[in-house]
Design a protein. Sequence first.
Length: 439
Amino acid sequence: MYNQSLYLSKRIQVEDALALVQSGYEVVLGLGAAEPRLFLERLHEEASRVKDVHMVNCLPMGEYAFFSNPSYKDSFLLEGWFYSGAMRKLHHNGNITFIPNHLHFASTKRMQYRHPNIYIGNCSPVDNHGYVSLGVSNVYEKDMVENADIVILEINPNVPRTFGDTEVHITDVDYFIEADYKLPTLPISESNEKDRVIGNYIADLIDDGSTIQLGIGGIPNAVAHALTHKKDLGIHTEMFTDGMVDLVESGAVSGKLKTLHKNKMVAAFALGSQKLYDFIHENPGVSILRGTYVNDPYVVGGNDNMVSINTSIEIDLTGQCCSESVGTRQISGTGGQVDTAVGAQNAKNGKSFIALYSTAEIRNKATGEIEEKSKIVPMLTPGAIVTLSRNDVDFVVTEYGVAALRGTSVRERVKRLIAIAHPKFRDMLEAEAERLMLW
């Protein structure tokens, strides 16, 4: 039995935790569903007392007053490793900025720049041995627990107890705030016909016994559905998703042929439905390990038959992928796309896929009308961020087919990418390729 008196001595109220924040501090927050909701809901109350507090997060779920209200911008600057919808919407406030990163380096490179004064996230209840679990995320959380001056955890019975490297003993936590809120969930993205066509193209190129990395959205969900007839798949992924739960329940996942962590499903964080959180709770088949390890391209490449599946916003005719911005406007982040795409190609018999629709609908600013635009473009939109370089692109998939780019010249890439573009844009792409002397 753990020392209950020690735990009780570490309990504080939210007001006490807020009082620990000082001007100029670096405060790191748990990722996604691991964010400390009670603390963040009241952080703005300290605005008159503190200045220049750097709040560092990744994929926040809530829209909190400390960054949504621009009147607090002299007190709090929100710096994010990956933008969520709230950060996209409120970036114009002038108190939100992006931290460029490959996710497996997020914590280590940040700590080389600034030391974390406070880490605050959430955790599961204490077990009989005095351990809590960091639950749904270990992308950088354990690294911060081990390095921050002050560690505060909102202890919440709704946080699943997960295994791998999420266990933290109460002696390594400075303060606990007792909480009881439901974790945020994500709606399930329904797959449309385009998604299903793309999913089937990708699934046809995945062998039984492969180890899979998937994200979220209509296309990844369609891929997961198309893989349900496969056998002995393994999971080594940045994000554990509902699609993976469905794959497990279909019988397609055994993990017995994995090279690394045989019979274990490996991830750095989980985000999705309550069903997902229930699935990972006390599940010894799921290992939530540090992002510095899970997303390391050399570790990813240690899985034979590794398959990485990611999406992109647009791709140019030479293979450059913009997956995180619309022009200069940041809308998401690099995340683990490069980590997993490069890692999969390091693997024996590995494959990396970039999947996207051939077109997107945009509003013409002059006329206000909705127009269709090719997502395979002669050149990326001015200011667009190159997330995955053309050197690192393998397969590109649209609803019109698959372009295998590994080892190809620019001339051959142009031909293959035009072949999977929407038919009504192919003549334009050919003319632009000629004008730009790409072939």
